[in-house]
Design a protein around this ligand. Structure first.
Ligand code: OOG
Ligand code: NI
Length: 452
């Protein structure tokens, strides 16, 4: 029986493609963005065959064309907990806790994503998922009103609920059920032009924070952006205006480097869209946008500390600068961050995946050899592990550029991972532990093969 089940990787792959097709139909600018990213990726690979080779060796070339992340925002613990079960069908699990209250946005978040090497290589589709924190709304009356509205909606179709339960009970879904699951699950993330509330209610919630209106006033958590992965974000940012897109002012994250680290992101700004409010009133809402990302290597706790310190330093110097100048100053500050793979590895600033080189495959046992000697001797290759997660400071920048700069410092200082996990109904996995495990497993494999 179980051999009839589709793998969760296959279901995720189909779902991510269906989601992308839906968003392209909903937001035509996203199609334009995909084309631009594809063109720039192709040109970058043509110009840099060594990069193409490195990506291919690390199972990254094949996934490049399917790789993207999306983001949604939900309003209640029940919605978040059910999403956890929905994403589990596709092999996506909650990784990381992000406190956005620090940045003046009343949400906290996790990323649902695949976690093992094979699943990540197949399709690393991730959904950044935020839970609205009604408890941070100051007015008790507005809070109650929002709670009431949210309590009345069900963001899941009966069909998807049934299929999630079936998958949990029998351990997978067959072809027909998986197809239906993809179609039914997609409904949760669809855009609705009709709000569930009247214009006055929308405006009252919007006044508190645009994000609250975005979560509370609609039938479901519409996908608010999808993000393809580019190999040259500076070039895409440069070409966006000519392609008819209005890019956000600056690229978030670290500067351009020889050895890219973590994650660099930019977006085109959210579109103002017509909405029909209850009582036949017309209005608009601005929520949906397109984003691109360039991924680099995952940093250890030590590397991350250095990154956070330098980013903080740079923030003071880059405030208000246009992107080019911003990037130049950022680059200067980051000269303190080593920019060679071997230094990053020896100083334990980044995570690496170890594998046998061709020579290593042919070599017999090397009794007593340690990893450094094997690398120096060319029998083992150390390759940076790609960062699969998000950055709270960058996420806040993305939120803000698309929420009209809305920021409320009264929300700050409210990290509450326990409350988030209670709502989710499960702990979130620590992302650093995952990278450390993958590094250690690869290290053990090569040592078992050679030194044993
Ligand atoms: C999520 C913003 C964060 C990212 O890439 O950092 C994000 C949102 O706007 O809901 O997607
Ligand atoms: Ni994003």
């Amino acid at each position: 029986m179980s051999t009839d089940f589709l793998s969760s990787d296959e279901i995720r792959d189909r779902f991510s493609k269906a989601m992308s097709a839906m968003y392209q139909a909903e937001v035509p600018q996203y199609s334009t963005l995909l084309e631009l990213v594809e063109t720039v990726n192709r040109e970058t690979l043509d110009k840099d065959p060594a990069l193409a080779e490195r990506l291919a060796a690390h199972d990254e070339l094949a996934r490049l064309g399917v790789e993207r992340h999306g983001a949604i925002r939900v309003g209640s613990a029940e919605e978040l907990a059910m999403l956890r079960r929905l994403f589990a069908v596709m092999g996506m699990f909650p990784v990381g806790y992000y406190d956005l209250s620090e940045a003046g946005v009343p949400v906290h978040s996790t990323a649902f994503r695949p976690i093992d090497d094979a699943a990540l290589a197949r399709n690393p589709f991730r959904i950044f998922t935020s839970l609205l924190r009604l408890e941070l709304i100051e007015s008790p009356e507005l809070r109650r009103r929002a709670e009431e509205i949210l309590a009345r909606r069900d963001i899941f179709t009966p069909g998807v609920r049934e299929l999630i339960a079936r998958c949990e009970a029998q351990g997978g879904l067959n072809e027909a059920d998986a197809e239906r699951f993809v179609a039914e699950a997609l409904e949760t993330f669809r855009w609705h032009q009709e709000a569930t509330v009247d214009l006055a209610t929308y405006e009252a919630l919007h006044e508190e924070h645009r994000l609250i209106a975005d979560v509370v006033c609609f039938r479901g958590p519409h996908i608010n952006h999808l993000t393809p992965r580019t190999l040259d974000i500076d070039e895409v940012q440069r070409r966006m205006p000519a392609a008819g897109m209005n890019p956000k002012a600056v690229i978030e994250g670290p500067p351009r480097r020889d050895c890219p680290i973590l994650l660099r992101q930019t977006s085109f700004k959210a579109l103002e869209e017509a909405i029909r409010f209850a009582g036949e009133q017309q209005g608009t809402h601005t929520a949906r946008f397109g984003e691109i990302e360039q991924r680099g290597m995952a940093l250890t706790a030590k590397g991350r500390e250095l990154y956070d310190r330098l980013l903080n330093e740079a923030r003071r110097q880059t405030a208000g600068l246009a992107n080019e100048e911003h990037q130049r100053v950022l680059g200067e500050v980051f000269t303190d961050f080593p920019d060679r793979d071997d230094e990053l590895r020896r100083q334990e600033l980044a995570f690496f995946h170890y594998r046998l080189s061709e020579a290593g495959e042919q070599a017999g046992k090397q009794p007593g050899a340690d990893l450094e000697a094997l690398i120096e001797g060319g029998l083992v290759v150390a390759q940076p592990i790609t960062y699969e997660d998000f950055l709270p400071v960058s996420a806040a920048g993305i939120f803000q550029s698309n929420l009209g700069g809305g920021e409320n410092q009264a929300y700050a200082g409210n990290a509450n991972r326990d409350a988030f996990e209670a709502a989710l109904g499960a702990p979130v996995t620590d992302e650093l532990a995952l990278y450390a495990e993958r590094q250690e497993a690869s290290r053990r494999r090569v040592l078992d093969a050679l030194a044993g």
